[in-house]
Design a protein around this ligand. Structure first.
Ligand code: AMP
Length: 217
């Protein structure tokens, strides 16, 4: 499958992308994860990206596009890819159109994962990550029974810099002004699939997506 996942920070794109690639062939490409890996390793790309990420701003299009150049041609994308966090601006979307045309492939769907603003603020500002094993907890929805210690490995839990509430609010503002216009961009002439990430009837986002794409009855 070749899918773009749109949605605000905290809508659940990363979780849904992981679930899709566990069940269907294809690569999960998260530009946020690629930047964080580069920040962790102190690469020139990471040092550049960090200037923007810590305050919740977008990394400039030129940097993102240079990083994505050639990525979709790699072997792991041959059977499909789930784009999580890219494109995030209209210029990135038009550049992606050209990349797909050059590759001679078409998207199967553009999926908009939706969640209310207060839900995403709690999901992100409550998120805590284990420094040692990377396990993810949430102060509101899934607290560790050991407080700020990881239940699995005893590591220390910390809050990502960009998950601080004031940064979360500014990431949402950035989403509303710079990324939300992509909803119109992808609605014109293509099927935009809207999925809720906060249904309370037991239907998961993956099940809703599979239904919308006709993959299950
Ligand atoms: P994410 O984990 O997707 O929320 O991304 C974390 C941060 O990485 C964002 O707040 C941006 O600073 C940066 N980032 C990730 N993807 C992009 C993108 N496509 N364009 C610009 N900045 C990005």
């Amino acid at each position: 499958m070749r899918i773009i996942l749109l949605g605000s920070p905290g809508a659940g794109k990363g979780t849904l992308a992981d679930e899709i690639v566990r069940k269907y062939p294809g690569a999960h490409i998260s530009t946020g994860d690629i930047f964080r890996e580069n920040v962790k390793n102190g690469t020139p790309l990471g040092l550049e990206a960090r200037k923007y990420m810590d305050s919740g701003a977008l990394v400039p299009d030129s940097v993102v596009l240079a990083m994505m150049q050639g990525r979709l041609e790699q072997d792991d994308c041959r059977e499909g890819f789930i784009l999580d966090g890219f494109p995030r601006t209209v210029p990135q979307a038009t550049a992606l159109d050209s990349m797909l045309e050059e590759l001679g492939v078409k998207l199967d769907a553009v999926v908009l994962l939706e969640a209310g603003e207060e839900t995403v603020v709690r999901r992100l500002s409550g998120r805590r990550v284990c420094r040692k094993c990377g396990a993810i907890y949430n102060l509101y929805f899934r607290p560790s029974s050991r407080g700020d210690i990881c239940e699995k490995c005893g590591g220390e839990l910390y809050q990502r810099d960009d998950d601080r509430e004031e940064v979360v609010r500014s990431r949402l503002e950035v989403y509303n002004t710079q990324t939300a216009p992509l909803i119109d961009y992808y609605s014109a002439g293509r099927a935009l699939v809207r999925i809720s990430s906060e249904r309370d009837d037991g239907v998961s986002p993956l099940e809703e997506l599979e239904c919308a794409l006709g993959l299950v009855e």
